[in-house]
Write a new protein. Structure first.
Length: 314
């Protein structure tokens, strides 16, 4: 009589509360720092696959490192917010690297929110002046709040200005942030960047949010709003006047709408882009006398680092 085949291993389910409990922001930042130090070059990451579908996009982001492999499947449905549904949804499937057994299924949107703000905080920790206390946040959604929480971990924030398109959303954000952080938080307009130490752009803007000529020479800007060629949160003055840091030169050339006009025109050379890995290793440094811009498109190695850390912590 033949033996009964083994029951396939069921992956551990890690929902949003479980992920947030397992990965305090400081731990998430350290997981990304370790991935940069110990993992393969982010330039070797497979490119994001974007599949147009009738009502939006299907995104596939696979990655492999020494201990784990994984893939994020996400959807972007621009009409969803009008129906009271999230614009972006998804799941992350984590595999053991040796056996390729599924070990965890994670809430993909919670993972993305943590990953995006954590990589911005890592960049800010490498770029921002140590005493940075004044933050300007563009946007009022989960990424804006995630960036406020993440940047507080790496710099001594004291004052936050929130800039958004919808006054009611700004008011709710300000009230919640005041209550939860104890910081001075107020509504403002784009000119607030003139007094900023840190600027976090967390929007789906198609045109620049502020005049880059206003930026102080010591300011650090993080722009994370999109991975699309036609989207733009920062202007040419910001790009050309700053040390520009990216996760990967190849990914930036494909997807960084904030940089592509300058790259395509030849005003910015791809070789002039500083990678986050070189910054973290000390192989590159930012110029001390000009602003610093970190343009993130979000990469699969970051998702994998966060998913693996969350799995090991649960």
């Amino acid at each position: 009589m033949s033996a009964t085949p083994p029951v396939p291993h069921l992956p551990r389910i890690i929902d949003e509360p479980g992920l947030l409990h397992a990965l305090p922001m400081a731990v998430a930042i350290d997981a990304l720092r370790a991935a940069l130090r110990d993992g393969p070059d982010p330039e070797a990451d497979p490119p994001r696959t974007i599949v147009p579908v009738e009502h939006g996009q299907l995104l596939l982001m696979p990655a492999h490192r020494s201990r784990y492999a994984g893939v994020k499947v996400a959807t972007v449905a621009p009409d969803n917010p009008a129906a009271g549904l999230p614009r972006v949804q998804g799941q992350y499937l984590l595999f053991d690297a040796v056996t390729l057994t599924p070990v965890a299924l994670l809430d993909g949107i919670a993972l993305t929110t943590v990953r995006t703000s954590a990589v911005s905080a890592l960049a800010a920790d490498l770029l921002a002046v140590p005493e940075a206390g004044r933050l300007v946040v563009f946007g009022t959604g989960p990424q804006a709040r995630g960036h406020l929480d993440a940047l507080r971990v790496v710099r001594p924030l004291t004052h936050v200005t929130v800039v958004g398109r919808t006054p009611a959303h700004v008011e709710r954000f300000v009230e919640a942030a005041r209550r939860d952080t104890g910081l001075t938080v107020e509504a403002g307009d784009p000119s607030a960047v003139a007094d900023a130490d840190l600027v976090a752009c967390c929007t789906t803007a198609r045109t620049p949010l502020f005049d880059g000529a206003l930026l102080p020479s010591h300011a650090t800007v993080t722009a994370v709003g999109s991975h699309e060629r036609g989207s733009r949160e920062v202007d040419g003055a910001t790009v050309l006047g700053s040390t520009v840091v990216v996760e990967s030169r190849a990914a930036a050339a494909r997807e960084a709408g904030d940089l592509i006009p300058e790259l395509d025109s030849g005003r910015l050379a791809q070789e002039a882009l500083v990678t986050l890995a070189d910054l973290a290793s000390g192989a590159a440094v930012a110029a001390p006398d000009r602003p610093r811009l970190f343009k993130s498109v979000g990469m699969a190695w970051e998702d994998l680092a966060i998913a693996g850390a969350a799995y090991e912590a649960t």
